[in-house]
Design a protein around this ligand. Structure first.
Ligand code: SF4
Ligand code: SF4
Length: 164
């Protein structure tokens, strides 16, 4: 896993042009079965169950925290939302609440999430590869393949399976 993560940014960079072209074509004519295919590819990749060896999303990037996330997590931690915000969050350039720092303060040493049951929606959905109309988030995916080895593998599998 260490080597995989070390090489991931370069591998993603090497594939960037090809991926960009692929998604541009996919957007023009998405296959009818795209949602079903993405669900299968996502399940197949995540069945390998390597997130606990990886945690690269929690270490290098962070989620957005919605108001609902903040209220739910504060309650779980028995903190007042304002106190939770002051302790862990900041507002970014898009006016969204994000982590003050990475790795995430809720990431344990064994890569478990200390607030897993109530984690932000964005964490639960990352890297969004089982999302419906996946071709609509291609810009985000082009970035995520450099962070997430599962997203990288899924995009590689997509290019094998979908002839655009
Ligand atoms: S809240 Fe949990 S899942 Fe989300 S970034 Fe932090 S440690 Fe990772
Ligand atoms: S979602 Fe991706 S980046 Fe995050 S832990 Fe799993 S494989 Fe790693």
């Amino acid at each position: 896993m260490e080597d995989l993560l070390k090489n991931l940014p370069k591998n993603a960079k090497d594939k960037h042009k090809q991926n960009k072209k692929f998604f541009a074509k996919l957007k023009k004519k998405p296959p009818k079965q795209l949602d079903v295919l993405m669900q299968d590819l996502h399940e197949e990749e995540f069945a390998k169950d390597y997130c606990l060896d990886c945690a690269n999303c929690c270490k290098t990037t962070g989620p957005l925290f919605t108001d609902k996330d903040i209220n739910r997590i504060s309650k779980f931690l028995r903190m007042k939302p304002a106190n939770f915000i002051a302790t862990y969050l900041r507002i970014d350039e898009d006016q969204d609440y994000v982590l003050q720092q990475v790795p995430c303060a809720f990431l344990a040493e064994d890569n478990r999430c200390l607030i897993y049951e109530v984690r932000p929606k964005a964490c639960a959905e990352f890297p969004h590869t089982d999302r419906k109309k996946f071709h609509q988030i291609s810009n985000l995916t082009l970035k995520n393949v450099a962070i997430c080895p599962a997203a990288y593998a899924i995009v590689e599998a997509m290019k094998e399976k979908i002839k655009v």
